[in-house]
Write a protein that binds this ligand. Structure first.
Ligand SMILES: *Cc1c(COP(=O)(O)O)cnc(C)c1O
Length: 356
């Protein structure tokens, strides 16, 4: 293989000049976190109800303990880890750090997760779209051909939402080697996948950002905990731009606690994968369903004639799934999340009635 020009990638040149110059806000808790705390204008008398959580105090701005647990779990260092309010915060921060509004551009690869485009539009960043192939894989040469001088970020999603498949590793690597900006790989579903996370490869690729979340495999969507894993330089900029107390005390506590329950998390993942395989098998046997996309995630995308109508009628029966038929290559596509065995049976029963 030819040596990669990107292994000596200069991150500074990609950062917006105003962010490079920024002197971050220093909160009281950046200096000391314990002692007689009369530094932050908190209420020393406590919260107004029984207060076991220290909720009268501001949370840690650095979140060192939580980041350490994530780092150990993903085999990286603490300074490779950013934690924020869902993946949404990480996506927004990357746009704000690296893209000049009303000038810069990003590339996305539809059909894919909708937040990249929305977050870019909110920040007035132009979005260029390079469709996946019919079998939902990358077309690296087309992506590279779509790069312009203003292109800063490439968002990839593997396993991909809403299609469920993982993207081929050697094609992601090709883009990491050749793409002139940051390659963001969203791994929201990685723990359901047969493929390894790219997280530890941030040591090798200074232009790689891996996004992960506690919303899916960890079963904690309600706490809003998202992570970015990248070089210390990139993480440093994210820490500098984020709101000082972005992560609240309760989120941090439950997120740390999750790592004491990895056995249960793994058990749940195994159960969901088993159910996913069963459901895929059963859906494939339906006469009207011609295509169930291979899934590495906790959902299935399948195509069926009259998909929108089926979606509406399932909803009337109290079974809510997602219509994805307006996405490219997804005509008549429905996406169903894998539920409990009972929920999946109920979905299959209702679908059988509708397709009878
Ligand atoms: C669900 C999902 C997320 C998770 O977002 P959070 O803000 O962390 O809940 C991120 N990316 C993709 C592709 C998803 O499907």
């Amino acid at each position: 293989m030819s040596p990669s020009p990107n292994r000596s990638f200069d991150i500074e040149s990609l950062v917006r000049p105003n962010i490079r110059r920024l002197q971050p806000y220093r909160s009281a808790r950046d200096d000391f976190e314990t002692g007689l705390l009369l530094d932050a204008n908190e209420n020393s008398l406590g919260a107004p109800f029984r207060d076991a959580e220290g909720l009268n105090r501001y949370p840690s701005p650095q979140q060192y303990e939580l980041r350490k647990r994530i780092a150990d779990f993903r085999d990286v260092d603490v300074d490779n880890v950013f934690v924020g309010v869902g993946s949404d915060e990480a996506i927004d921060l990357l746009l704000r750090i690296f893209c000049e509004p009303a000038r810069d551009r990003i590339i996305i690869t539809p059909p894919t997760y909708g937040m990249y485009k929305v977050a870019a539009q909110i920040n007035d960043i132009t979005v260029d779209e390079v469709l996946l192939s019919e079998d939902f894989q990358l077309r690296p040469d087309r992506i590279l051909a779509a790069v312009r001088p203003e292109t800063r970020l490439l968002f990839l999603c593997s396993p991909n939402n809403p299609t469920g498949n993982h993207l081929k590793l050697f094609e992601i690597e090709k883009l990491l080697d050749r793409f002139p900006g940051l390659v963001v790989v969203d791994e929201a579903y990685i723990d359901f996948s047969s493929r390894k996370s790219l997280a530890a490869r941030v040591r090798e690729y200074p232009n790689l950002v891996v996004l992960q979340t506690m919303s899916k495999a960890f079963g904690l969507a309600g706490i809003r905990l998202g992570m970015a894993i990248a070089s210390p330089d990139i993480i440093g900029y994210m820490m500098k731009v984020k709101a000082p107390y972005n992560l609240n005390t309760l989120t941090s506590k439950y997120a740390r606690e999750a790592f004491d329950h990895l056995g249960q998390i793994r058990w749940n993942i195994d159960e969901i994968i088993q159910e996913r395989n069963r459901l895929a098998h059963e859906l494939n046997a339906f006469p009207g369903i011609d295509q169930v996309a291979p899934s590495d995630a906790n959902f299935l995308l399948f195509k069926v004639d009259g998909a929108y109508d089926i979606y509406r009628r399932l909803a009337e029966e109290g079974v809510i799934i997602r219509y994805r038929g307006h996405e490219p290559h997804c005509e008549n596509g429905l996406r169903v999340t894998i539920g409990t065995p009972e929920e999946n049976n109920r979905f299959l029963e209702k679908l059988t009635e509708l397709l009878a």
